[in-house]
Write a protein that binds this ligand. Sequence first.
Ligand SMILES: [Zn+2]
Length: 119
Amino acid sequence: MKVILRRVKKTPLDFEVKSDEITFKGYLQYHSGKLILLQANLKGSLFKSCDICAEEFKLLLDEDIEFYISDGVYEDENNIELDVVESLDGSVEIEELLNSEIELIRSDYHSCDECKHSN
Ligand SMILES: [Zn+2]
């Protein structure tokens, strides 16, 4: 699902995309300046190898995600540290945002239930 950023207004624009076992559902809403707010919930599961025993296990996900998308290069003039993703072509692909969230989750530290419980 491709979204043209300048078409995002104050009225929330709902989206829902899926990737394998994961549903990414939320909305985009114009914030201010070049910024568009993204609020979403990421729910489902993925297979990952445990960081302790290296066994594959199913990681259950239910995370609320919030960040801003900047239509163009973002300059933090007011020094408010926002979580901003820049778009340089005036659009975003929701599936790409989902994929980068999944990558972030994969790169986090996770251990399987057995390792968790043996601590
Ligand atoms: Zn383990």
